[in-house]
Design a protein around this ligand. Structure first.
Ligand code: FES
Ligand SMILES: [Fe+2]
Length: 438
């Protein structure tokens, strides 16, 4: 039993520090896959990733190869990407169109788009055997549960546990904040996504996104270079393009970051407030706001745009920056290896300039070709090396410990640089990891 190979897991997590093995131990990683990734709601993709009948997208939930497919009735199924004949992956490409049915490349068993069996070559050869086309064991297996929220598809390999709505809870505001910026309440994915393999544990990523202490240190050189050019453009033209601010914001001093707020929810979801320049007043923004006001009325528009989210994490694997329509999802592969898909979205019905803003952010901040991403990856990899070494056993989350506003469920902090979000994530982590053990 894996759980027996990882004894005393509760001893690895203390309120203000955690043991390095949480990041470095392969058995603990396998337990995370079982207890967290294969038991909680995992993001599959957006419905616009597979718009037509037969479109599919392959990915992984925990250790399971999975595929989401658009059916003839428009419904989306999430299936184990495994043929019930001899186990071969049915969809071999990352995405594509399967046509009228899914066909296994090995011996051409065919499956309806919901995974049920359609045809088997030479089926008469099975006469008198235990093969039974009515038996689900001869169908592609479905994920235990599939649900969506405003076009974002999630699947859960466990039949029990909270519904998607219960699981997302208050943190669904990140998806609302993204969609409500469209006058028709919808977003559309922009192909392709970037895929990056990080040589570090998935938790480095999840902690980093709500770590307001790191940008002014890690990304200072990028921020300073951008600020210099931004000032020069400002002097020459009287205007500073917003996308320079996306990088120059990294020169913001620590005490300003500390003015932000953080919230940590029971299932591990976390929010960092502080959208840069909350309501910019440039021409493009004003045009966008006028469109939203026409669609929703002034009160609703103001309500939508007064949300102040920089980053929202849907634990354990999704990062959303809703004001700029960015989404990243993790597909962990090993204790020291994590694949991320990096997406951005178009707001349906919004001006092109607003989409360009999202694209700038995608390219300048989240893309693997930007210095910002490279700086982060470097830190996480060096962190992984450190936590695999004998140089010390503990990871410190002491900043502002004792000042959390903690009602036993939700942990809030009015210091943006507080390590409260990490403490909150680990509280959820421990619950997941020890669930089902007496
Ligand atoms: S393994 Fe799929 S048809 Fe044989
Ligand atoms: Fe960063």
């Amino acid at each position: 039993m894996l759980q027996e190979r990882v004894p005393n897991i509760a001893k690895l997590v203390e309120p203000d520090r955690v043991h390095r093995l949480c990041y470095a131990d392969p058995d603990i990683f396998e337990l995370e896959i079982r207890q967290i990734f294969e038991k909680t709601w995992q993001y599959c993709g957006h419905e616009s990733q597979i718009p037509k009948t037969g479109d599919f997208w392959t990915f992984q939930i925990g250790r399971q190869p999975t595929v989401m497919v658009r059916g003839h009735d428009g419904n989306i199924s999430v299936l184990y990407n495994r043929c019930p004949h001899r186990g071969v992956q049915v969809c071999g490409s990352r995405n594509g169109n399967a046509g009228a049915a899914l066909t296994c490349p090995y011996h051409s068993w065919r499956f309806h788009l919901d995974g049920s069996i359609e045809s088997v070559p030479l089926e008469k050869g099975y006469l008198g055997t235990r093969f039974d086309r009515e038996n689900p064991a001869f169908h592609m297996k479905k994920a235990a549960r599939v649900d969506s929220y405003r076009g974002f598809i999630f699947a859960n390999l466990a039949a029990d546990g909270p519904t998607l709505t219960e699981f997302l809870g208050e943190a669904r505001i990140a998806i609302d904040d993204m969609c409500d910026r469209s006058p028709v309440g919808k977003v559309k994915v922009v192909f392709p996504c970037n895929r990056v393999v990080q040589r570090s544990n998935w938790k480095f990523f999840m902690e980093n996104q709500i770590d307001a202490m790191h940008p002014s240190s890690t990304h200072m050189s990028t921020g300073q270079a951008a600020a210099e050019v931004e000032r020069k453009i400002g002097r020459e033209t009287g205007e500073k393009p917003l996308h320079y601010h996306m990088l120059s914001a990294f020169t913001t001093p620590f005490d300003k970051w500390d003015l932000l707020e953080t919230v940590g929810y029971p299932y591990g979801h976390t929010i960092l407030t502080g959208y840069m320049g909350l309501r910019p007043t440039d021409r493009d923004t004003l045009e966008h706001e006028a469109i939203l006001e026409k669609a929703y009325g002034k009160a609703k528009k103001d309500e939508f745009l007064s949300r102040n989210i920089h980053h929202c994490l849907l634990y354990p694997a999704v990062s959303i920056q809703s004001p700029l329509q960015q989404l990243r999802v993790l597909r962990p592969q090993a204790a020291n290896r994590t694949l991320s898909e990096i997406w951005h979205f178009r707001l349906v019905g919004a001006p092109e300039a607003i989409y360009r803003r999202s694209l700038w952010y995608f390219n300048l901040v989240n893309s693997p070709s930007t210095l910002v991403n490279a700086d982060d990856l470097e830190n996480w990899q060096r962190g992984q090396w450190g936590l695999t070494s004998d140089g010390g056993d503990w990871v410190s989350f002491h900043r502002d410990f004792g000042r959390d506003q903690d009602d036993g469920q939700v942990i809030r902090s009015t210091n943006g640089c507080s390590e409260a979000p990490m403490r909150s994530q680990f509280r959820a982590w421990l619950k997941y990891m020890t669930a089902g053990t007496a």
